[in-house]
Design a protein around this ligand. Sequence first.
Ligand code: G6P
Length: 617
Amino acid sequence: MCGIFGYVGKENNSSIGIEALKRLEYRGYDSCGIAVFNAVKKNIGVEKVAGRISELEKKIAVKGIKGSAMIGHSRWATHGGPTVKNAHPHWDCHKDIHLVHNGIIENYKQIKDRLSKKGHKFISETDTEVLCHLIEEYATGSNGSKSYTLEEAVRRALGHVRGTYGIAVISKSDPNKIVAARMSSPLLIGVNDGEYVIASDPAAVITHTNKVIYLEDGDIAVLTKSGFRIADLNRAAQKRVEQELDWDVEEAQKGGYPHFMLKEIFEQPESLQNSIRGRLIQDEGMARLGGLEPVKERIKSIERVNILGCGTAYHAGLIGEYMFEEYAGVPCEVDFSAEFRYRKPIIDKNTAAIFVSQSGETADTLGALREAKEKGALCLGIVNTVGSSIVRMTDAGVYNHAGPEIGVASTKAFTSQLVVLALLTLYLGRLRGMSYVLGERIAKEIAKLPELTKTVLKQDNHIKEIAEKYKGAKSFLFIGRKYNYPIALEGALKLKEISYIHAEGLSAGELKHGHIALIDKNVPTIAIATRDSVYEKMLSNIQEIKARGGPVIAITTKGNTKLADIVDDIIYVPKNLEMLSPILTVIPLQLFAYHVAALNGRDVDKPRNLAKSVTVE
Ligand code: G6P
């Protein structure tokens, strides 16, 4: 999510850090900062801004911060709003240890409480800051141990941490080096003559060197200007292979993928894991949603739910409606944000209005939020962008933690919205009488999702072949029922958005009420027909299309080989709870839309006439 960078070497200029951060800015940029060790003055100069790197650059130039060992960070907020205080680097009580972090420390609250009691002073709301103070404990020996080197203090501190991290640390009292460590957040070392860099992303390294070493989970690296060494958490030396990158900066930002959209589709196992992390209490069959704690009592007394969103977020809401009514037993309605205000919605203080938005800035959704607030509803957000307008205006909410989404067509934000809605269903359901057994089952199935999405992504080549076969079609239909009806809408939207090919998504049951007139050999239908409570009905609809000569591409559950005899092309997804199946069935549709658009030479990441965040009504 965030970008981190560190440099140690022959140069004595903080512009190296600024240039690297600019190349990381594409990952998200609500705030940024840099800490630079100056060997002559023996101090660490720090500057942070809640804004763009260019503002940071100006401030650094005015202050003349210079040095030959530095760490920098471009932040895309997760814990704590995008303010200067929350921007990285963070430091310990003595302003000695400075640290940048990419990832999430799940148990930071417990650590923070414990260290606060011992007298540590925290100034930010971030999870990251606890790492500085934990390292301080070992570096100064203030926890009763002896004083350790920076490397050893980092190692010992990390022993207390649960979560993910890519970190880079510098210290005044153990100077001229960077200590870096990785656990489930990418980190690589760039190797050059007399200089070494550490970064979360090849884009930050590529203009210095094309020789890189990817760190692995559990690695701790120490970089000085004369070399580096890597050891694991148990102090055993590690050798990692040096690789040569032949990417330019833009390619590096896309992680080697031709488009951000494809990169983001492939990030879904990780983004789903981030949305779920720390939120399932499996043995209680419950979800832990910290953001809703302040309004828990009000949530218990709500009588109905309204979900509001635009585009893809609206489709997520439609699936949320099925989930809430089937499993949480709460009446639910979904509206396009843009329509909500015009239909005099009947809402009051016993209504929870849930605003789903990737950006948190969509003008139509903000308009609906104002309306619901005015009417006294409990306003909750499911938002990906921390600190955005919707977050600030709602009473409480749940973050997606999907990471920045750059491709205009929403992919990983959508699946993260679905998983958050599933967590919310579990939470609401258990507060309203859902049995422990059912809760436990749902929790178990949610936990499986990141792994299951990997098996869907493995079919990319097969989906590309299907896209090749149908790329010339002028019009497509997408059909589904129940949980997968909104997926038919989403599949059609994805295809329209980026390939400019006409597509219609509909409930398969509606087909016979008009749309079937469109069917002929030139109009392919994509049918989402997983083995679930509506499968037999879907099968009849597929037969109706085949009887009229229409080609059918089916998405069905693994093992359902019989369907292959009826349809023209087939894509399998693994079995999961019906309510969660949309998270798996949408991925082939994202890939199909992507390949059709790319094969037709479309500008996939920036489709014509569209904007990532629509801030006008
Ligand atoms: C725009 C984007 C869509 C997105 C919609 C809602 O139209 O092009 O991809 O689904 O806005 O955006 P939000 O940020 O509120 O989720």
